[in-house]
Write a protein that binds this ligand. Structure first.
Ligand code: FES
Length: 544
């Protein structure tokens, strides 16, 4: 037999490839014969995207001679004599990294759906990001891997509290726990799923399954598990590994899909580093980066994950939902009518704003997190705010009369008077709350860097996940110390990576196994016990 590689494909096709003497990896040999594999870790042996079955012959894998039958990583294998391999469908790239208006998937993935499907029959699935504040549902065609439609809304659990701590507290009452499960399943996900099906023109009966990601508390409430252990030390979740439930188990029964429809919950890492973060770490591709990288997810809480030398370290900050507008006088989520961008100058005074949906400023319904970041950066830049976040007396006096608002000895900057509503304004109390949130995140980032013995300049990429990043002026986030010490060029806004991870699990089930393996590699740092956190937090309460 000549030096030939016999390749069997999942489609039943087979081809023969002559082996040359060049020292190339099996993945490279296949790629040059138009069989590129899913080498999502950059051929570094870190993922399972390039696995093939060695059916006959031997392969040299990282210097060891491996004989058939064996499963080998094609990126690490060299063939020196005749062999036969089988390439499973999951190891072939069929889909390239996907960028959409709301998230970016930066890892290649294959087409090997999580659920068996029948074209024209049960051929549809759904991915859900169960956020504390908002929930998004994607409907996906399992045959093509295409996203068919999307629908999003506020999490109806908000009426029980705007953050996870208040919901954990509320869950102490078993009836409220049930009511919260009803709020997320029957009142939020179910109507969104119906809406997504209508938009795509698909009957719910065609749904073969779903995948959901969210923080640990949200997933507990989703399945009706008591989350109260998450509220007290040692913060032990009832479950943290990926979990399979059925639509019937979680009472997702009125959307028209059969009760036995399987639903996969993505794996989390710890009580406050949930499946949404596992999804983000994977979908951003940071785990495969050669240089150190950082994922910062600023949502209702702020979670941060550092990858340095292939080691993953994470922490959760008690940032609270200030950057989602919560607790601020005129704060709001990013939505139509919210001021999203703001630029303030003095001498001469100038105020430029952008309102989502091109609504006039006088009719804006509030400011979202990105506008608050702009305010902090530009008001500090022009000298209106001092380092402590108070209005400087002389600059305050230079403001036009209509922009000065004073109530009970506290000053506020008035953007606009609104007919029949509170004036649109940013007060010193708002600034203090924002500084607490940015201090928690800034100090959390620095503690992770310090633990790894690296500096901000050593980081290749900072992945900014979550809806907050979508309107954010990155230069302003850096200027106020929210992303301390970074340069704009390092920052990449990746959107809703929790949703991206749920989508990945649906279309390529090996990604689910990789996320499961990944969660065990992450060390979690408790910030309140970490050396130097408190000092850094106090420093970061200032504006640079
Ligand atoms: S590409 Fe081979 S292990 Fe990742």
């Amino acid at each position: 037999m000549s030096n030939e590689l016999q390749v069997e494909l999942a489609s039943g096709d087979s081809i023969k490839i002559p082996l040359d003497a060049a020292p190339r990896s099996l993945a490279d040999v296949l790629a040059t014969h138009e069989l590129p594999l899913n080498t999502r870790c950059g051929q570094r042996g870190l993922c399972r995207g390039c696995e093939v079955e060695l059916r006959s012959g031997t392969a040299n894998v990282d210097g060891n001679s491996i004989a058939a039958p064996a499963v080998i990583k094609a990126c690490r294998a060299r063939l020196e004599c005749a062999a036969a391999i089988f390439v499973p469908a999951r190891s072939r790239i069929e889909h390239r990294p996907q960028v959409s208006e709301t998230f970016e998937i930066a890892v290649p993935y294959a087409h090997q759906p999580l659920f068996p499907f029948v074209p024209g029959g049960r051929d549809t699935a759904f991915a859900v990001d169960v956020g504390t504040t908002t929930v998004v549902v994607l409907l996906v065609d399992l045959v093509t891997g295409e996203v068919l439609s999307r629908a999003g809304a506020f999490n109806e659990q908000i009426r029980f509290g705007d953050n996870v701590i208040t919901r954990i507290e509320a869950a102490r009452n078993p009836e409220t726990l049930l009511a919260m499960q009803r709020a997320i399943v029957a009142e939020t996900i179910q109507p969104l799923l119906t809406q997504a099906c209508e938009r795509a023109g698909r009957e719910p009966e065609r749904i073969a399954g779903g995948a959901m990601a969210g923080n640990t508390t949200m997933l507990h409430l989703l399945v009706g598990e008591d989350p109260t252990p998450l509220g007290i030390a040692p913060f032990t979740p009832r479950f943290i590994a990926g979990r399979k439930v059925s639509a019937g188990d979680i009472k997702l029964v009125d959307a028209g899909l059969p009760a036995e429809t399987p639903i996969q919950l993505l794996p989390g890492i710890a009580a406050y580093i949930g499946a949404d973060i596992t999804a983000g770490v994977f979908a951003s591709g940071m785990v495969f980066d050669e240089r150190a990288s950082l994922l910062v997810d600023i949502g209702t809480n702020g979670e941060i994950v550092l990858q340095s030398g292939g080691k993953l370290t994470a922490c959760a900050t008690a940032a609270g939902p200030a950057f989602e507008g919560s607790g601020l006088r005129c704060g709001t989520r990013a939505r139509d009518g919210a001021v999203s961008d703001l630029n303030l100058k003095l001498n001469p005074f100038a105020l430029e704003t952008e309102v989502i949906g091109n609504v006039p400023l006088a009719r804006a319904n509030g400011l979202c997190g990105s506008a608050y970041v702009d305010f902090l950066a530009t008001a500090r830049g022009c000298g209106l705010l001092g380092v402590t976040g108070r209005f400087e007396a002389s600059a305050w006096g230079a403001l036009p009369e209509q922009c000065r608002f004073q109530h009970e000895g506290r000053r506020a900057f008035r953007l606009a008077a609104r007919n029949g509503a509170d004036d649109l304004r940013v007060s010193e109390v708002d600034v203090a709350l924002l500084l607490q949130a940015k201090a928690a995140i800034g100090a959390g980032i620095e503690v992770l860097l310090q633990t790894a013995g690296i500096r901000a300049a050593d980081i290749g990429k900072v992945y900014l996940a979550g809806g907050f990043g979508m309107h954010l002026n990155v230069a302003h986030a850096i200027a106020i110390g929210l992303l301390p010490g970074f340069r704009e060029a390092q920052v990449r806004v990746v959107g809703n990576t929790s949703l991206a991870g749920a989508l990945l699990a649906l279309v390529d089930r090996t990604t689910l196994y990789e996320m499961e393996a990944l969660r065990e590699q992450v060390s979690v740092i408790e910030l309140n016990l970490a050396d130097g956190f408190e000092d850094r937090y106090i420093e970061h309460l200032m504006l640079p």
